[in-house]
Design a protein around this ligand. Structure first.
Ligand code: MG
Length: 251
């Protein structure tokens, strides 16, 4: 009987441990000394504290170079209609220059322990957006990161392009929150990567995703009670600006 109880407790412990969400640093671990959102330093910091993955945002410039930045414009320059040389000449708040995706992926390649969570931003011109998908995949391959890459996007068109063009088994997540679990499955997505408010409005989607063999990532969750909600509801990944707090909570 004692042995049975022990085995039951051990199994429950393993189940709990397996159910802990993976930590994704949103735009890297930027809330750290010397860091800035989407900087090389933020990626290095996310890796140094042992995050599962580090997220970043990608745009394609007018001369079809890929750069890492969140907003459509930076310091008054609209990225989609500017030259790469001009936007990468701009400095982030920590003094780094806006990185080329090429340099960002080189930094990932030097850090084999962390997953590459690559968000392609919604581009104005869908033909250019599709071209950006191809270029992202090509660059990922050149840096031998294909197996470590996860693609996320708000664009339904780019989601379909990634599903179509990435090697079989590559995880592609849709961010917009307006596809049901069944739609995500039908589109070939690996799962939902939805805002906390969307998930709290549809908590049943988490179980539905799991029943369909899909995973759930929730963003951008920073407060202790919100993080706890995601943990309690069985999120597979949590994307956060406070990776240290989340790590401490799931330890
Ligand atoms: Mg992003």
């Amino acid at each position: 009987m004692k042995r049975l109880i022990f085995a039951t407790i051990a199994a429950a412990t393993i189940a709990t441990a397996a159910a802990q969400p993976k930590v994704i640093a949103h735009r890297g671990f930027w809330d750290a000394p010397g860091s800035a959102q989407n900087s090389l330093r933020a990626l290095a910091k996310a890796d140094s504290i042992g995050c599962w993955g580090s997220e970043f945002d990608v745009w394609m410039t007018a001369d079809e170079k890929l750069v890492v930045n969140h907003d459509a414009s930076f310091k008054g320059l609209p990225i989609e209609t500017s030259q790469a040389a001009d936007v990468t000449a701009l400095t982030l708040s920590n003094g780094e220059h806006m990185p080329l995706l090429d340099d960002y992926l080189k930094a990932f390649a030097e850090r084999p322990g962390i997953k590459v969570v690559c968000e392609l931003k919604v581009h104005t011109d869908k033909r250019r957006e599709a071209k950006a998908v191809k270029k992202v995949l090509k660059l990922m391959k050149r840096h031998k990161l294909t197996d470590r890459a996860v693609y996320i996007t708000f664009s339904p068109e780019a989601t379909r392009e990634f599903v179509k063009r990435a090697p079989k088994g590559t995880e592609v997540y849709y961010l917009n929150g307006n596809w049901t679990p069944q739609q995500l499955k039908d589109e070939g997505c690996a799962g939902a990567d939805y805002n906390l408010k969307v998930m709290q409005k549809h908590p049943e989607w988490i179980e539905q995703c799991h029943n369909l063999g899909l995973k759930v990532n929730i963003w951008t969750v920073n407060q202790r009670d919100d993080l706890q909600w995601c943990i309690d509801h069985g999120a597979d990944f949590i994307t956060t600006n406070d990776p240290l707090l989340l790590q401490q909570m799931i330890k």
